[in-house]
Each structure stands twice: as C-alpha cells, then as structure tokens.
Design a protein around this ligand. Structure first.
Ligand SMILES: C[S@@+](CC[C@H](N)C(=O)[O-])C[C@H]1O[C@@H](n2cnc3c(N)ncnc32)[C@H](O)[C@@H]1O
Length: 216
C-alpha cells in the first residue's frame, strides 16, 4: 500500500539528514532495515588489524561497531546529521572513550581529514543523497592511501519497483554502471560489483584507489 505523499516526503527528508526525535527513531529503524547490506559491505571491506577505516554516512553507528568487533582497527566516521552523530556516539561509547573511534559531523564533499589518511572506507545507502558523484568520490579518493579500498552499498535504480517511498529529488538512484563510471573518473580502478537478490535487491561495488604507477 502506498504511503501518503506527505509522509513519504517527510521520511525521505529525514533519511537524507535525520533531525530531532523523528530522526532518532528513524535511525533505530534503519539499524534493523539495512543490516544485511551493511554486513555484506563489511565482508567485502575485509578489515585487518592495524587498518585505519572511514565510514561516510554512518547513521546509527552499528556498522562501525561491527568493524571494531572484526579487527583491531582505528575508526573514523563522517555524517552530516548531528542527531546521528549523537546516536552513533551513544552506541559506540566505549570505542569513542578509548580513542579508537573519531566521530565527526560533516559532509562527504569536504572530508575533515588529511590526504592518504585511511586504508579502507565504506559508505552504505548514502550516495542517493549526493546530487553529483564527482566531489564525494574525489574526496574519498583523496583521503584513501594508494591501493586503499572503497566499498559502496546501494540500491540500483533498476531494482526500485516504486518510487512512493523514495521520492525524487530527495532520492537520486543510479545504476551500477553509472556508479562505476563515477569511480573510474575520480581515481579508482579494479572495480567489481556484486548484486544481492531478494525482495529488496542491493549492489555492492568495491573499488581500489589507484596509485601514481597506475596512471591516476
Ligand atoms: C539512509 S541513512 C544510512 C545510514 C547507514 N549507512 C545505513 O546503511 O543504515 C543515510 C545517512 O547518510 C548521511 N548523509 C547523507 N548525505 C550525506 C553527506 N553528503 N555527507 C555525509 N553524510 C551524509 C545522513 O545524514 C544519514 O545518516
């Protein structure tokens, strides 16, 4: 059953940048709703002891906690929502207190980190809210070391049956080919995309930041 237009528009705006009480509740719903795609993204990320890892659009912060459970890593996150920064900080209190997790509020198009700061980065269900891919992906390339790995988790536009829940222009869905083209033009290579079927199919694209010897 389709949601009333005012409600789907309100949910979409909140998913793009959660605020206040409604945003806090939505973060808790996403915690469950996006678990599978995030688990697949972490599998592909394959964190190793000693890595520095960045998550963009961490939302509820569950995925950062999952990565910390898998390996002894240094973590950082950037999300433009202050409500999500607070929720993720509460969920990851021990990691933040120990200095293993640096949680920031900020925008992917201007990441508050030096060049070559991270070995791996991931970003799940977030690129729909980027009006263009070039600035965000260039920033991700800048903060990754050469040969650093980026994992993107998202829904391909061909798999969206109904846009009722995902109204444009708040949501901007792209195909995996468009995502791969964006990655190729911003310094990434060795691209591979896998599709996870099911009632809500998702894609995961893994990319490597090319070094100077690769011609980037
Ligand atoms: C739909 S939620 C996904 C949260 C989590 N990654 C997941 O898969 O459950 C999208 C998150 O990305 C954040 N976000 C959207 N656009 C962003 C941007 N340009 N820079 C940083 N964060 C952004 C939002 O604030 C929100 O917390």
């Amino acid at each position: 059953m389709a949601l009333p237009a005012f409600l789907s528009s309100r949910i979409a705006t909140q998913a793009a940048r959660p605020t206040g009480l409604f945003g806090g509740v939505l973060g808790r719903i996403m915690f469950f709703e996006t678990a599978r795609t995030n688990r697949e993204a972490v599998d592909l990320l394959a964190p190793e002891d000693g890595d520095a890892i960045l998550e963009v659009g961490y939302g509820h912060g569950r995925t950062l906690r999952e990565i910390a459970r898998r390996a002894s890593v240094r973590l950082a996150g950037v999300d433009r929502s202050e409500a999500m920064r607070r929720q993720a900080a509460a969920r990851n209190r021990t990691l933040v207190r120990s200095g293993r997790l640096d949680l920031r509020q900020g925008d992917v198009a201007s990441l508050p980190f030096a060049n070559d700061s991270f070995d791996r980065a991931l970003c799940v269900h977030t690129l729909y809210f980027w009006p263009d891919l070039e600035a965000p992906l260039s920033e991700l390339a800048r903060v990754l070391v050469p040969e650093g790995v980026l994992v993107l988790g998202y829904r391909d536009k061909r798999d969206i049956q109904s846009f009722d829940r995902y109204p444009p222009p708040t949501y901007l869905f792209r195909s995996s080919e468009e995502i791969e083209a964006g990655l190729s033009s911003t310094g990434f290579g060795k691209l591979s995309t896998t599709r996870s079927p099911g009632p809500m199919p998702t894609c995961s694209t893994v990319a490597t930041r090319l070094g100077t010897q690769d011609g980037a």
